[in-house]
Write a protein that binds this ligand. Structure first.
Ligand SMILES: Nc1ncnc2c1ncn2[C@@H]1O[C@H](COP(=O)(O)OP(=O)(O)O)[C@@H](O)[C@H]1O
Ligand SMILES: [Mg+2]
Length: 329
């Protein structure tokens, strides 16, 4: 059965939705994305392919994060900044068939920020959203809190990347070899650094807050209000997990001024910033290598190679990271 027919059947059986229009949209890196319409309203449907190994973690996250997103929507001042999840008629967070997992939500009429810079109003709004999210940690029920992933500073992706560099990279004479080879020493240095940071952070006492953990511009939409979408990465982690995406931007000081109205932030942890900065780069690099070599492409080869190249360059230029961050704060 083709994917559109599957979706129409699934929506009828699980949500009583009679689809009048269905259109595939440009999705992100983890799932296919569809615009859905019935007689009354529009929906956004995310479709995860169960056969892609790296997607399993996001599918597993749905049952923990969806009730939390619903709570944040219904019981905090974030109700206009979070998409309301939609449950199945059996009260499920998602539904599935043998190949796909489906996640339905309200449709946001608006534009993804994506490559555009945030305006000053959007920076202030994002600071309010992340401030309120972090602040909400003390109000969430124990039951919901216990369902959330807790940061353990694990670095499995570093082990996998290191093993790939040592044992697999040379096995194929392809464009991945050509692009990655000159950066092998740099990557292995960064992986060593991550081992040190991971151990250091694991042994430190932290105050954990509810973090979105993926609040980059492709997960922010401007509708009537600024909306933070794509919550499958949510976890209890140090504030730096969310703030890393902001403190490297020119608007860091403006953001922090507004953020501090909602949330205390007196002692920035530079180790945590460095950890989350390198984590993002190394995880992305490993993800794109996997797409190119093992799991099949999500975006075009051109886009994937371009991102791989630019992230390797960013990684190799990261030596002044700590001094740059201290200046920005
Ligand atoms: N509720 C929504 N309404 C309209 N568009 C959305 C909605 N959620 C996501 N999108 C669009 O789809 C893209 C991919 O969705 P996202 O949840 O970020 O998936 P991924 O996990 O693959 O990154 C987003 O960048 C955004 O452009
Ligand atoms: Mg996304």
């Amino acid at each position: 059965m083709d994917i559109n027919n599957r979706i129409v059947t699934m929506l009828k059986e699980n949500y009583n939705i009679e689809v009048t229009r269905i259109e595939q949209q440009t999705g992100g890196w983890s799932a296919l994305a569809f615009f859905i319409e019935d007689k009354e309203r529009n929906y956004f449907l995310k479709v995860y392919n169960k056969n892609k190994p790296s997607v399993v973690q996001w599918i597993d996250a749905i049952d923990g994060c969806t009730p939390l997103v619903k709570w944040l929507h219904d019981y905090t001042e974030l109700n206009n900044n979070i998409v309301n999840p939609i449950f199945t008629k059996f009260d499920g967070n998602k539904c599935e068939d043998e190949s796909f997992v489906y996640l339905l939500s309200e449709y946001v009429e608006g534009a993804t920020i994506g490559e555009n810079p945030l305006s000053t109003n959007q920076v202030n709004e994002l600071a309010r959203i992340l401030g309120l999210l972090h602040q909400s940690t003390s109000k969430v029920s124990n039951k919901l809190r216990e369902q959330q992933t807790v940061e353990d500073f694990g670095i499995e992706y570093c082990d996998l990347l290191s093993s790939f560099i040592h044992y697999d990279l040379d096995k194929k004479d392809d464009v991945v070899l050509e692009i990655v080879k000159p950066y092998c020493n740099c990557l292995l240095d960064k992986i060593d650094r991550m081992m040190f940071l991971s151990k250091t952070l694991y042994n430190k006492a932290h105050k954990y807050v509810l973090c979105h953990a993926d609040a980059h511009n492709w997960n922010i939409m401007q509708g009537e209000n600024l909306m933070l979408i794509d919550w499958e990465c949510v976890k209890l982690a140090p504030q730096e997990q969310d703030l890393i995406l902001v403190v490297t931007e020119p608007y860091a000081k403006q953001f922090l001024k507004v953020y501090k109205k909602y949330m205390n932030y007196d002692t920035p942890d530079i180790d945590a910033y460095e950890f989350y900065f390198l984590k993002r780069k190394l995880e992305d690099i490993w993800e794109w290598i996997k797409d190119l070599r093992f799991e099949g492409l999500v975006k075009s080869e051109d886009i994937t190679l371009k991102l791989l190249r630019s992230t390797l360059i960013e990684c190799s230029q990261a030596d002044s990271f700590r001094t740059d961050i201290e200046k920005a704060l």
